[in-house]
Design a protein around this ligand. Structure first.
Ligand SMILES: [Zn+2]
Length: 157
């Protein structure tokens, strides 16, 4: 589960890079797919694999050779480690056989995971633009509350 959380975190980190780049610019988070900011050519799916894609390309665009910031790699790594760490702590704390308290434990785990993502995005956008969009704060709080309730229901039932 911790290894899965790492992989999930890396994928979410990849999405957070998109959020940091597009949300403050008011662009859609879902379309179009990832493009090289320099030559605008779409990034091939196998080069878009979190962490590995950047390493495979050695931080350069496959088409135009423009450098791709190591920040993309770092954000994916940090998010992956954050997911694995928090889920790992969740499993560490879950020592006794299933009880109703686990609903609260895993709701809290899910809360922390989402809040961490929001804070990371907020920091990065702040570094770029010296302000944090209100939509990010709303998205983070709604997301954290949403997953919290979802996990509380899933683990208690
Ligand atoms: Zn390029």
């Amino acid at each position: 589960m911790v290894a899965w959380s790492f992989l999930l975190g890396a994928s979410v980190g990849s999405f957070l890079n998109v959020v940091v780049y597009r949300l403050p610019a008011g662009k859609s988070l879902l379309r179009p797919g990832s493009r090289c900011p320099h030559c605008e050519r779409p990034i091939r799916p196998w080069h878009n694999v979190p962490i590995l894609g950047w390493l495979l390309l050695r931080g350069r665009c496959y088409d135009c050779d423009a450098p791709i910031s190591a920040r993309y790699l770092l954000v994916e790594l940090i998010t992956a480690i954050w997911f694995a760490l928090i889920v790992g702590i969740g499993f560490y704390l879950q020592t006794e056989p299933a009880s109703s308290h686990f609903g609260i434990l895993w709701a809290f785990v899910a809360n922390l995971v989402v809040l961490g993502c929001g804070v990371l995005c907020g920091l990065l956008i702040f570094m770029d633009r010296e302000k944090v969009p209100r939509s990010l704060v709303v998205l983070t709080l709604v997301g954290a509350l949403g997953v919290g309730i979802l996990f509380a229901v899933l683990r208690t039932s």
